[in-house]
Write a protein that binds this ligand. Structure first.
Ligand SMILES: Cc1cc2nc3c(=O)[nH]c(=O)nc-3n(C[C@H](O)[C@H](O)[C@H](O)COP(=O)(O)OP(=O)(O)OC[C@H]3O[C@@H](n4cnc5c(N)ncnc54)[C@H](O)[C@@H]3O)c2cc1C
Length: 308
């Protein structure tokens, strides 16, 4: 019940101001967002790759309101890629981007987001890696898939995300699986209406398995974005039945969530990629993590009271 309330708050400017100023917030935020600057995350990238993990890097931010912010987002990714170059990690460290941060919702936003994300995809390719387009709320997805198709003409390894909770996703999965795309499948983290999305956990989980089967049996590269132990076992079984080798799919989890499981799957020989977010505009990302698990909210409120 709390999840939708927290997701609604994630869109409120007033809540944003209250939360960011609250004592104790930083301590809880750090669990999910381990730094604000590139300098903070380079040691983390070195540490996690040294332990056999792969990463997808997210500069936090979304729903920007000016073109200057969109250019700044592009530049933040270019700076990161520049810093990755000497590390020579290739596809072990890729990028995740939210197109709303690249200007998608502004006037002429579709073209603006495409123009801003293209240099990031080009720079990523130059250091031997790639970019995955995150999925945001359902109203943004037609534009995201069109940008994905456009980028794939020159950079076929560009990935995208699909969300099991949306009714449209089974059809999207069939299309993407047939055209050989890299696809991350997640349950979905936004507040979506009943007209477009399953609302019950058991329905979402069942849809996740149906979509996963399509991806595993298709021509593309499935990326299983989930911490759910049941879905992880099912993914392993579906991959085995589809005759996929361990390097023909991968698991992905968020930094700070079930970290032991990251290492366990990597030790079993799986490709395990940790989605690592950093930056100053962490509010939306952080609120979605609170909404996913009410215990996080209790911990957060306790730490506010103790510090306050
Ligand atoms: C790599 C990655 C990328 C993602 N990208 C997107 C995206 O582009 N668009 C989008 O809409 N969503 C994205 N998500 C979020 C996703 O949609 C879910 O909201 C999130 O993964 C929780 O679902 P779950 O599959 O882990 O299952 P759940 O049933 O929510 O969780 C299973 C178990 O995982 C643990 N867990 C899950 N979430 C948390 C948490 N916040 N804090 C502590 N423990 C937790 C708990 O032990 C829980 O019981 C992404 C998730 C991952 C892992």
């Amino acid at each position: 019940m709390l999840g939708p309330v927290i997701l609604a708050a994630s869109r409120s400017d007033r809540m944003r101001r209250l939360m960011t100023a609250a004592p104790g917030t930083k301590q809880v935020v750090d669990r999910f967002i381990p730094g604000e600057r590139v300098d903070d995350v380079v040691p983390i990238i070195e540490d996690l790759t040294g332990r056999g993990l792969e990463l997808t890097m997210d500069v936090v931010g979304e729903d920007i309101t000016t073109r200057e912010q969109a250019y700044a987002a592009r530049d933040a990714y270019l700076e990161l890629i520049d810093r990755l170059k000497p590390l020579e990690l290739g596809e072990r460290v890729e990028m995740s981007v939210k197109l709303s941060m690249f200007g998608q919702a502004l006037e002429g936003g579709h073209e603006l987001a495409l123009a801003n994300v293209r240099p990031v995809v080009e720079a990523a390719a130059e250091i031997g890696t790639t970019v995955t387009l995150d999925a945001e709320d359902h109203t943004t997805l037609d534009s995201m898939f069109a940008i994905h198709d456009e980028l794939r003409k020159d950079f076929p390894q560009t990935g995208c995300v699909i969300q099991a909770y949306l009714f449209r996703t089974e059809a999207d999965a069939r299309r993407l699986a047939a055209n050989g795309s890299r696809v991350r499948l997640v349950k979905g983290a936004y507040k979506e209406p009943a007209e477009v999305a399953y609302q019950q956990k058991h329905e979402i989980d069942k849809a996740y398995v149906r979509v996963l089967r399509t991806l595993m049996e298709g021509e593309g590269y499935p990326m299983i974005g989930s911490h759910d132990p049941r879905l992880i076992s099912i993914a392993q079984e579906l991959a085995r039945r589809a005759g996929r080798k361990l390097n023909e799919y991968e698991f992905q989890m968020l930094y700070g969530i079930r970290s032991e499981e990251h290492l366990r799957l990597a030790a079993e020989g799986h490709r395990m990629r940790v989605y690592t977010a950093y930056g100053t505009d962490w509010y939306g990302y952080f609120m979605r993590r609170l909404a996913e698990k009410p215990a996080n909210l209790r911990f957060f409120l306790r730490s506010m009271v103790t510090k306050g």
